[in-house]
Design a binder for this molecule. Structure first.
Ligand code: GBH
Length: 451
């Protein structure tokens, strides 16, 4: 069986985020986040699950770093809870919170695992939300000040930084659909939040250029949008959704303009933005982080403003337990699209993975053949894009651990490692062993080896 080889210095990693794994969100003087508030509102989260304990990573990080070393990871992407470090979001520093991330970073480095730090994975300090949060025009400066603090504390040891995770999700699922914190449903707020997030990214990059010695980028969720039929209405709906999801943040960042479709979609809710802001936003980002899970199959839906389009679930196709279609070709297409549209930027796949209903452990292992298959086919898809000239530097599986899957709580499981939410016991899944082999061989076999 031939193995598809990856580039020599390719970085193999896994990813998590603070609120999803750490637990103890108020420990050691931390300030509450909008997520802490949100999960404690009844009915927001499936089964009213919370991140109060999550994977107890705050206390078990050493054990988890040992697991990472056991898998042979070369890198680990984690996020910092802003409110642990700055309980009020700005002002006084909480040294105990900062120390947690210092100890985690040092534990990784001792095992030869490169840290990739995400500064913002959705857990805005509640104190800042009370001042308007991302709607406040000062929010980019708050973020840059927080970022500078972390650069000063950790840049000597951290080679890769991500400013924001999925600003589209923050803007649209947090402020338009209300499925995620802070749970607003307001067309007028959404483009303003998006704009402040872009400025926040730009301000943090500018701060990094003044003192940072390594590389900084942005992580975006990308999903090709395909029409559900050949009808012109469905085709137009898919094109609208492509501008809305895939180009909203990358066009201004890399081309200096918002997609023109957005203004017509939002109509009176689109505020129009100063040229000076757009100049500032078009900043030299060192890499783009790609979070890829699936594609969208789109149908025109006149009664669904602002997009007048809905995503349908293709019942004939294989899907994960999130009901997302398994569509590896979309990863190849997405990576090639980035190369063609934006001039071959350096890329990392900062998230890729799947939720399945895993069985209980048997003989000390959890059998998850569907996840193995998902990883294998998506790694092959990434490899196909590499052979066509994209500049892919690394791959981070989502996720290291079964964790708190936001609005879905603990019911949806993305981990390479199973975590029993009661006993906190960690058990490797077959996919973890599969991934260890991929890392060890720096390559992937296109189909299961036989004999
Ligand atoms: C990621 O976001 C998160 O970064 C991570 O924290 C999370 O645990 C992980 O995925 C798994 O969910 O067609 O309008 O319904 C998820 C990115 C963006 C993927 C929205 C699904 C559907 C858009 N998601 N997308 S829509």
């Amino acid at each position: 069986m031939t193995t598809l080889p990856f580039p020599n210095d390719f970085l193999w990693g896994a990813a998590t985020s603070a609120y999803q794994i750490e637990g103890h969100p108020l420990a050691d003087g931390a300030g509450p986040s909008i997520w802490h508030r949100f999960v404690h509102q009844p009915g927001r989260i499936a089964h009213d699950d919370t991140g109060d304990l999550a994977c107890d990573h705050y206390h078990r990080f050493a054990e988890d770093v040992a697991l990472m070393a056991d898998l042979g990871l070369g890198a680990y992407r984690f996020s910092i809870a802003w409110g642990r470090v700055l309980p009020e979001g700005r002002g006084a520093v909480n040294i105990k919170g900062l120390d947690f991330y210092r100890r985690l970073t040092d534990a990784l480095l001792e095992r030869g695992i490169q840290p990739m730090i995400t500064l913002y994975h959705w857990d805005l300090p509640a104190a800042l939300h009370d001042r308007g949060g991302w709607l406040n025009p000062d929010s980019p400066r708050w973020f840059a000040d927080y970022a500078r603090l972390l650069f000063d504390a950790l840049d000597d040891r951290v080679p890769l930084w991500v400013t924001l995770n999925e600003p589209w999700v923050v803007s649209v699922l947090g402020y338009l659909e209300g499925e995620l914190a802070p749970g607003h449903q307001d067309w007028f707020e959404t483009p303003r939040v998006a704009h402040h997030l872009l400025l926040a990214h730009a301000e943090a990059v500018a701060a990094y250029r003044a003192s940072g010695r390594h590389r900084i980028g942005l992580a975006v969720n990308l999903e090709p949008q395909h029409p559900a039929s050949s009808s012109p209405d469905d085709q137009a709906a898919a094109a609208r959704r492509d501008a809305f999801i895939n180009r909203w943040f990358l066009d201004p960042l890399l081309l200096g303009v918002y997609p023109s479709e957005l203004e017509s979609l939002f109509g009176p809710a689109w505020p129009g933005f100063a040229d000076a802001d757009l100049k500032r936003i078009q900043c030299a980002t060192d890499f783009i982080g790609v979070n890829y899970y699936s594609r969208g199959l789109v149908r025109a839906a006149p009664n669904h403003p602002p997009l007048n389009a809905v995503r349908i679930s293709p019942t004939y196709a294989p899907r994960t337990s999130m009901d997302w279609e398994i569509y590896p070709q979309g990863l190849t297409d997405t990576l090639l699209w980035l190369k063609d549209r934006y001039g071959n930027p350096p890329l990392y796949i900062t998230e890729n993975g799947a939720a399945f209903d895993d069985p209980s452990p048997c003989n000390g292992e959890v059998s998850d053949p569907e996840r193995v298959d998902y990883l294998r086919t998506h790694l092959c898809a990434a490899h196909a894009a590499i052979t066509q000239g994209i500049d892919l530097r690394g791959y981070f599986a989502w996720s290291l651990l079964d964790n708190f899957e936001w609005a879905q709580g603990y019911a949806k499981r993305f981990g390479l490692v199973q975590v029993d939410p009661l006993s906190q016991k960690r058990t490797l899944k077959t996919s973890a062993r599969f991934y260890r082999e991929v890392i060890g061989g720096n390559g992937v076999a296109p189909s299961p080896a036989t004999g």
